[in-house]
Design a protein around this ligand. Structure first.
Ligand code: NAD
Length: 293
């Protein structure tokens, strides 16, 4: 593969486009926001005025979009790969790689709609934030057929350091929702533990050193607290709005499966009802302010 499209040039997509460009792919980007297009153009990325040019020119198109609704509109809408000026407008054998955190049911529905046109979909949602996207050190959890994932490998490898193929199409999104549900819960439980210890007279930094040497540690105690919470930086590049979306998607998956998961329900409620201490445009680590104002 030589020419790769990137649709959605935001915090994550901009870095992914740059990583692909640095590894020698010809990259064409698209984003409806002029500021995002300008920033990628300044990085040396060719930018298109609409997505149609990408379906025609690229062997693979990477998506980094905010919500499942936007992913569906981009892939199945009037400017999507199924609706070219003439039938077969998209490049034959086009591969779509969705790195957005999205809804597995929507992903499977889109994959089924694209399949008759010979377009494969691989879901490869990511962890690692804008820094990881820029440095090509992301972790990906991947859903797709063995053949499609093998075809996607050179493109995925140019953007990530760790890849885990977890199952068929949609399985990446299921895994990512499980991961982010845990992260959302860990932020709350870690904040409660820090609050308890602080009020009991233990310094938070010393507390974390103890926890991180013990069995209560998590990514949140090892990375989020030292990097973004205790420093007061709150600048991870991942917003409350996006994490609220992920928690909402996990809750709707739990609902669709008719499961009774009480702690997950409570986590969902705390994320939903915390706009006063942590508005949508705040860093997602701001949820700790429920306990640590
Ligand atoms: P972002 O809001 O910074 O970027 C999204 C981009 O999509 C924006 O530039 C927006 O203009 C563009 N967009 C919106 N509608 C579009 C359309 N119809 N066509 C093309 N582009 C469109 O979001 P982000 O932080 O880059 O996150 C992107 C995805 O990655 C989300 O699904 C998010 O949940 C996930 N994610 C983000 C992070 C992070 O740390 N930021 C980490 C892991 C996963």
């Amino acid at each position: 593969m030589r020419t790769i499209g990137v649709i959605g040039l935001g915090n994550m997509g901009r870095g992914m486009a740059l990583s692909l460009h640095r590894r020698g792919f010809a990259v064409i980007g698209y984003d409806p926001a002029p500021g995002a297009r300008e920033a990628s153009a300044a990085d040396g990325i060719a930018v298109a005025e609409g997505p149609r040019a990408l379906w025609q020119a690229c062997e693979a198109v990477v998506l980094s979009l905010p919500t499942p609704e936007v992913v569906e509109a981009v892939l199945l809408g009037a400017d999507g790969p199924l609706h070219g000026a003439k039938a077969g407008d998209a490049k034959p054998g086009l591969l779509v790689i969705d790195t957005s955190t999205s809804d597995p049911a929507v992903t499977r529905r889109i994959a089924a709609a694209l399949e008759p046109a010979g377009i494969d979909l691989v879901d490869a949602p990511v962890s690692g934030g804008p820094k990881g996207a820029h440095a090509a050190t992301l972790t990906m959890v991947i859903g797709g057929s063995d053949a499609a994932v093998a075809r996607a490998e050179p493109v995925l490898a140019a953007m990530s350091a760790t890849r885990v193929h977890v199952g068929g199409v949609g399985a990446g999104h299921v895994t990512k929702l499980a991961n982010n549900l845990l992260c959302a819960a860990h932020l709350i439980t870690a904040a409660e533990a820090v609050r308890m210890a602080k009020d009991a007279g233990v310094d938070p930094e010393r507390l974390l050193a103890g926890i991180n040497a013990g069995s209560g540690r998590s990514g949140v105690t090892q990375v989020n607290f030292p990097t973004w919470v205790l420093t007061g930086a709150f600048d991870s590049g991942f917003t409350m709005k996006l994490m609220r979306k992920d928690v909402r998607l996990a809750e709707s998956l739990i609902g669709a499966l008719a499961l009774d998961l009480p702690l997950s329900g409570q986590v969902g409620q705390l994320w939903r009802d915390s706009a006063e201490v942590a508005p949508d445009d705040a860093d997602f680590n701001a949820i700790v302010k429920l306990q640590l104002a």
